[in-house]
Ligand binder design. Structure first.
Ligand code: HEM
Ligand SMILES: *[C@@H]1O[C@H](CO)[C@@H](O)[C@H](O)[C@H]1NC(C)=O
Ligand SMILES: *[C@@H]1O[C@H](CO)[C@@H](O)[C@H](O)[C@H]1NC(C)=O
Ligand SMILES: *[C@@H]1O[C@H](CO)[C@@H](O)[C@H](O)[C@H]1NC(C)=O
Ligand SMILES: *[C@@H]1O[C@H](CO)[C@@H](O)[C@H](O)[C@H]1NC(C)=O
Ligand SMILES: *[C@@H]1O[C@H](CO)[C@@H](O)[C@H](O)[C@H]1NC(C)=O
Ligand SMILES: *[C@@H]1O[C@H](CO)[C@@H](O)[C@H](O)[C@H]1NC(C)=O
Ligand SMILES: *[C@@H]1O[C@H](CO)[C@@H](O)[C@H](O)[C@H]1NC(C)=O
Length: 546
């Protein structure tokens, strides 16, 4: 009995929860993996552009502010309420409900929350977006590579307070960091790793900074922590040790708020001396301390494995049922590499071919399509060279598809490499598919209709439903919550293909059709056919009105 349930569990958990150390497509973290890899250009979501250059001000906001610094401070303030004894708090997005607290003074937190809101989705929480934003922004400023693990879960309400404030004593700060899980040496490091970008704003801390407001250049009166606020480097330590320091929390006129002075000297300056002496030591220490900061999550939240860019990965690849009874496979293939050959590659000269296997495991020389590149598909990555290639090919429903591999090379002179997703190919099911024809999005208070087709030759369809997820506003926060509607499909009849029957479902979503939120809608289709579950995940937003 125990063995049976163990085996059942293994079956149910596969493949998303298999921790074989290899990231296998598809994964619940595909969207975040793409966001990690695609920094700018085609396919990127704008996160890195928002912090480029490193001095960049949040779009539409006053000069003097620095987005990278605001994201890092927001992430620390979200984490700083963690209680290692109870396991409550940590990086859980609760900051979105805590912006009115004195310990979170300023508009920075809401600006940050507002930026990441439109990037939230069923498979990318606000907390994951914020953590990833910090990882990308720090790398983009010349800082360390901070390993990124996905899987943070957003809080639905405010947590306990507990962010350190500059007028508090050293003992209070040591105790606060101990509660957060960091000892005194680590506290010194973490504060220096934070206070190397950005600065103190006079509008928020008039008791610490005077006379810095020089409208219009610096309307918030920012005084930077060091002379290289827009480079992630050890100058905060170099200047502290050599006495040329400008950090308003070290040499500020108000001794009470000179918390950095108390913290940096708490171990007789040993940590700061080691940082000042070795820029690489500073970077590696900051990499590991910030990694721990970002991975401090509520007890019970299990983070996924560190995301390493996949070499070859489908990007928004989808199989659709079209109104002539055929199937169309369309989307992109992404190729990533860190070698000099990868960096030198001209995508126009890269052969990329998708070769598929039919639904019965059969192969045929006709089962292949060439991917193409165009100027508009140019993309960059902070971590290496990345290229995307588009494909669009009919698939004969009689033979269908079950998986594919990609044959490719960095130029036409090189031998082809076959990428097979860790051995068994990239799986693709053709059993339950979205049907564009007749599917439409309702306006306010009007139902939406989604049509699907399901194979009619594979046994009984015992269950078929849609999970339609959209973002919704919530009181007291500029971040969005995810709402999932589940609706059952009903069988309609035959379709334009002898292999598929048509199903339909109708439901009310009121998700802000054609507004800002519209592009973060996605829907998954599920069907249990002949006792097996098939799913078509992450279908794109419906733009056809009913
Ligand atoms: C005892 C602990 C800490 C205290 C008392 C403290 C205090 C402050 C204060 C007063 C400011 C000015 C904020 C403003 O003007 O809007 C500031 C800014 C900042 N803090 Fe901290 N901080 C602490 C720890 C940290 C840590 C651990 C990090 C991150 C690892 C961090 C990251 C930042 C950043 C990036 C800024 C610049 C924000 C900007 O330029 O908009 N701080 N901090
Ligand atoms: C803090 O922990 C580190 C390990 O991360 C250790 O090397 C260091 O000695 C500890 N410092 C104190 C003050 O306990
Ligand atoms: C120094 O800071 C403390 C704490 O914020 C404040 O109470 C005091 O008024 C400040 N002193 C001056 C001279 O601004
Ligand atoms: C630590 O460094 C600061 C700034 O350079 C200096 O003022 C202070 O005297 C030093 N403290 C110790 C214990 O060396
Ligand atoms: C490939 O397709 C062509 C055109 O439909 C057909 O004539 C040919 O027999 C097919 N080749 C194989 C190996 O099935
Ligand atoms: C941030 O936005 C929320 C939601 O709109 C609002 O309730 C809160 O007052 C804002 N906080 C600040 C500091 O403006
Ligand atoms: C679908 O059903 C209709 C009416 O039952 C029939 O006339 C038509 O031939 C069927 N189409 C297919 C593709 O089987
Ligand atoms: C709208 O959807 C709901 C829920 O699926 C359903 O009960 C209702 O009949 C639908 N209304 C219309 C007018 O189709």
């Amino acid at each position: 009995m125990y063995l049976v349930s163990l085996i059942l569990n293994l079956l149910i958990l596969a493949p998303w929860h298999m921790s074989a150390n290899a990231y296998i497509w598809p994964s619940q973290y595909d969207i975040l993996e793409d966001a990690y890899v695609l920094s700018s250009g085609f396919g990127s979501d704008g996160t890195v552009d928002e912090v480029t250059p490193c001095s960049a001000t949040p779009a539409g906001n006053s000069p003097g502010r620095q987005n990278t610094a605001e994201w890092l401070r927001t992430a620390y303030h979200d984490m700083a309420t963690y209680n290692s004894a109870t396991g409550l708090g940590g990086l859980d997005g609760s900051i979105q409900f805590e912006t009115d607290r004195p310990e979170n003074i300023g508009t920075a937190m809401n600006t940050t929350v507002q930026f990441f809101g439109p990037l939230q989705s069923k498979r990318s929480s606000f907390a994951d977006r914020l953590a990833l934003g910090v990882v990308l922004a720090i790398k983009n400023c010349g800082g360390p590579t901070i390993p990124f693990r996905p899987g943070r879960i957003d809080a639905t309400e405010a947590g306990a307070p507990g962010v350190p404030q500059p007028e508090q004593s050293l003992e209070t700060h040591v105790a606060a960091f101990a509660r957060q899980g960091f000892n005194m040496t680590e506290m010194i490091g973490l504060v220096a790793c934070g206070h190397t970008v950005g600065g103190v704003h006079e509008v928020d801390f008039p008791q610490t900074v005077h006379g810095a407001i020089t409208t219009p250049d610096n309307p918030e009166g920012v005084v930077h922590f060091d002379d290289s606020f827009d480079v992630y480097d050890n100058h905060i330590a170099v200047q502290y040790i050599d006495g040329t320091n400008t950090d308003p929390l070290v040499v500020g006129f108000n001794t009470t708020t000179n918390s950095d002075a108390r913290i940096f000297s708490a171990d007789g300056n040993r940590t700061m001396q080691s940082f000042a002496a070795d820029p690489n030591f500073f970077l590696s220490r900051c990499g590991s301390l910030l990694e721990r900061m970002l991975n401090t999550v509520p007890a019970g939240v299990a983070l996924g494995d560190v995301i390493e860019p996949l070499e070859v990965k489908p990007h928004q690849l989808r199989l659709f049922f079209d109104n002539t009874g055929g199937l169309t496979l369309s989307g992109d293939i992404r190729i990533f590499g860190t070698t000099s050959i990868a960096a030198a590659a001209d995508p126009a000269d890269m052969p990329v071919t998708l070769v598929w296997t039919d639904r019965n495991g059969g192969k045929n020389s006709n089962y292949s399509t060439t991917a193409t590149w165009d100027d508009f598909m140019a993309a960059t990555s902070l971590w290496g060279a990345v290229q995307l290639f588009s494909i669009s090919t009919p698939i004969d429903p009689a033979t269908g598809i079950s998986s594919f591999v990609v044959d490719w090379a960095y130029n036409s002179q090189l031998p082809l490499t076959t990428s097979d997703n860790g051995g068994s190919g990239f799986p693709l099911q053709d059993v339950v598919l979205f049907q564009r024809t007749g599917s439409c999005h309702g306006t306010v208070d009007q139902n939406s209709t989604v049509n699907a087709v399901i194979r009619n030759d594979m046994g009984d369809v015992t269950s078929a439903y849609i999970e339609y997820t959209h973002s919704a506003t919530q009181i007291g926060s500029m971040a969005l919550k995810q709402v999932t509607i589940r609706a059952d499909f009903v069988h309609v009849g035959n379709s334009t293909s002898p292999f598929y029957d048509t199903y339909t479902t109708s439901f009310l979503s009121n998700d802000g059709f054609l507004t800002l939120n519209a592009d973060i809608v996605s829907f998954d289709l599920f069907a249990v056919v002949g006792g097996k579950t098939y799913s078509s995940l992450d279908n794109p937003q419906l733009f056809t009105g009913c």
